[in-house]
Design a protein around this ligand. Structure first.
Ligand SMILES: CC(C)(COP(=O)(O)OP(=O)(O)OC[C@H]1O[C@@H](n2cnc3c(N)ncnc32)[C@H](O)[C@@H]1OP(=O)(O)O)[C@@H](O)C(=O)NCCC(=O)NCCS
Length: 174
């Protein structure tokens, strides 16, 4: 291997075999169940259906293999050279096992191959678990939208990073 090549990712988080698939109608019931368990103001079925017909969307699901169970999903759009992450959630029973990191990095690698050069997203100021995930992947704060989540008056933090040099999908633990 040339010295400039980085070693390949370990393929999956420990104890899990996953595949990344495009979000499809067949996944919708499982996705809605995860969505409702994950957010105070969940996306509706109608919103996911609109997302499925959106030409810019590059949405993906992490499927456990061989069962095909949906462990998480990501909704992202490819707008010119920018990937915009609009939604990301992992099944509550599978959190803290590396699925979110694997899904986010795997989906970003796919949009990078399709021409994306940077990624942006918004996260609630109080969502510290998600912020730790993003900062462990090198996202930095690029702005604040004060009171963006109007019901609670909570700020949205605007985060982003260049896609070049994205960290590994599976973190090697010592
Ligand atoms: C945020 C979310 C997607 C993370 O998924 P996950 O599969 O649990 O995350 P991972 O196991 O891949 O963890 C990756 C990193 O995120 C951080 N992290 C994840 N869960 C965390 C928690 N409960 N507390 C603190 N940090 C956490 C850690 O830095 C972790 O790295 P480490 O395990 O090496 O320390 C998941 O918690 C979730 O679905 N939350 C509800 C929906 C949500 O908030 N979505 C994000 C909207 S912006």
């Amino acid at each position: 291997m040339p010295a400039s090549c980085s070693p390949p990712d370990p393929p999956f988080p420990p104890g899990l075999e996953l595949s990344l698939a495009p979000l499809a109608l067949a996944h919708l019931e499982q996705v809605l169940a995860i969505e409702r368990a994950s957010f105070k103001i969940p996306w509706s079925r109608r919103l996911f259906l609109a997302e499925l017909s959106m030409p810019l969307a590059r949405d993906g699901v992490a499927l456990q293999q061989p069962s095909g169970m949906v462990l998480g999903y990501i909704c992202l759009w490819l707008v010119a050279d920018e990937a915009q992450v609009h939604n990301l959630a992992v099944h509550p029973a599978f959190r803290g096992r590396g699925v979110g990191r694997w899904l986010l990095v795997s989906a970003l690698r796919e949009v990078q191959a399709a021409g994306a050069r940077q990624v942006t997203l918004e996260v609630r100021a109080g969502n510290l678990a998600a912020q730790r995930l993003y900062s462990s992947l090198g996202f930095v704060q690029q702005g604040v939208r004060p009171g963006y989540y109007r019901k609670e008056g909570e700020d949205a933090l605007l985060l982003g990073r260049a896609l070049a040099g994205l960290p590994a999908a599976v973190r090697e633990k010592p």
